[in-house]
Design a protein around this ligand. Structure first.
Ligand SMILES: *Cc1c(COP(=O)(O)O)cnc(C)c1O
Length: 397
């Protein structure tokens, strides 16, 4: 029943008033978005307990909101984790992990094959706070063990590394970290929980850039961090105090994307395998990196760790170097040059001028990246469509 208003009610006293709560007898199948920055609290003692984390409930969006909680719960289940949180981006999830675990004087061992901004976060930003780091090839387990120090608190690797797709042996890296009393943080963005659950293999913390394949529609910027209770410690306070929290609308969109993640991954993995085999036979292509090709250095590990699927990214190197890459990319109308990954459509990136532009040519060459290196993110089109598009671009070289 609508409430009766006195005839004298002015717009001033109607429009700005809080909306009446919706009293639901049936529940919506699609979830609601709660953009509210603040909640109407019942009384101070309960609010005090909610803010202290002793009682459930929402007070202020930066601390906690229902859309992030709904997404976090699905990500928690996907990763078999005790705890999960959603952050404003993948970088915010990495920052939350680093700022929770590390203090001045601590040391980090980093894979030398990381997403460019992750290397920058540790090597340039966290060093300003007195945190030291050493980059090593984490596929070389002796070198990784040698890099660990008494002060090492964190070992960081990517399940499938950017851009040349080296596969991390997560169980072995977890042992190396734990032997030194450190934690293993795994960036699982290229694998997604469809291929790999690093916590099951011994990792302490796992992060995902939800902006990529998990959301899968290139319209959201979000991250996720998961871990066991014993690794969680400061994560909630760090996320709130450093302002790393997510927006309700993005969390809502990402839940919608997540509903089809497993189907999108199935399709993209299947097409990627066909594309990798196709590229390996083309004369302008000097080399193909794909963990599903038997010549890949970690093919057996990938097969064991990912159960027969190898991801949606295929990286290849054109024999003609930068000039060939320029010709290929300019001709590539059907596959746009978008320096990201995990979209519904197939896209490509050029690591030399995008993700790895801060490295010197010698450093890039050591990582297997040249001017002719192109990274494909395989989307949801048919394999025939993608292969035809690649054929056309290759013929332009
Ligand atoms: C994109 C990406 C990130 C950073 O995530 P954002 O959501 O862009 O902040 C971290 N790691 C990997 C492997 C990525 O691809």
């Amino acid at each position: 029943m609508s409430e009766q208003h006195p005839k004298s009610a002015k717009p001033d006293d109607i429009c700005p008033r809080p909306d009446k709560p919706v009293n639901l007898t049936t529940q919506p199948l699609a979830s609601a978005i709660y953009p509210t920055s603040v909640w109407i609290c019942n009384e101070p003692a309960e609010t005090d307990r909610m803010l202290g984390g002793e009682a459930d409930g929402y007070v202020y969006q930066r601390d906690k909101h229902p859309n992030a909680d709904a997404l976090a719960e699905k990500v928690r289940l996907l990763h078999h984790a005790e705890c999960a949180t959603i952050t404003s981006s993948g970088m915010a999830a990495l920052s939350a992990a680093a700022l929770s675990v590390l203090a001045p004087g601590d040391h980090v061992v980093l894979s030398n094959q990381l997403y460019g901004k992750t290397s920058l976060l540790f090597a340039q930003e966290l060093t300003r706070l007195g945190i030291m780091c050493t980059a090593v090839d984490t596929c070389d387990h002796d070198a990784t063990r040698d890099a660990m120090r008494d002060t090492t608190k964190l070992l960081v690797a990517e399940t499938i590394a950017n851009p040349c797709l080296q596969v991390a042996d997560i169980a072995t890296l977890a042992n190396i970290a734990h032997e030194s009393g450190a934690k293993l943080l795994v960036d699982n963005t290229f694998a997604t929980p469809v291929l790999c659950r690093p916590l099951d293999l011994g990792a302490d913390l796992v992060m995902e850039s939800v902006s990529k394949m998990m959301n899968g529609h290139s319209d959201v910027m979000l991250g996720a961090l998961c871990g066991g209770q014993s690794s969680w410690g400061r994560v909630p306070v760090v996320t709130s105090a450093w302002g790393l929290a997510s927006s309700p609308f993005d969390a809502w969109l990402a839940l919608r994307g997540l509903a089809t993640m497993h189907l999108r991954m199935d399709r993209a993995c299947e097409t990627s395998a066909a594309v990798a085999s196709f590229l390996a036979e083309q004369s302008p292509v000097q080399h193909v990196d794909y963990p599903g090709l038997s010549q890949h250095p970690q093919y057996e590990l990938a097969t064991k760790q990912f159960g027969g699927r190898y991801g949606s990214i295929v990286t290849f190197r054109l024999a003609g170097g930068r000039a060939a890459a320029d010709a290929f990319i300019t001709a590539s109308e059907a596959i746009p040059f978008c320096p990201s990954l995990g979209e519904a459509s197939t896209t490509l990136s050029h690591p030399e001028t995008t993700s790895h532009r801060a490295k010197s040519p010698t450093e890039r060459e050591a990582l297997g990246i040249g001017g002719g290196t192109i990274r494909l993110s395989i989307g949801l089109e048919s394999a025939e469509f993608v292969i035809k598009a690649l054929k056309e671009s290759l013929s332009a070289i």
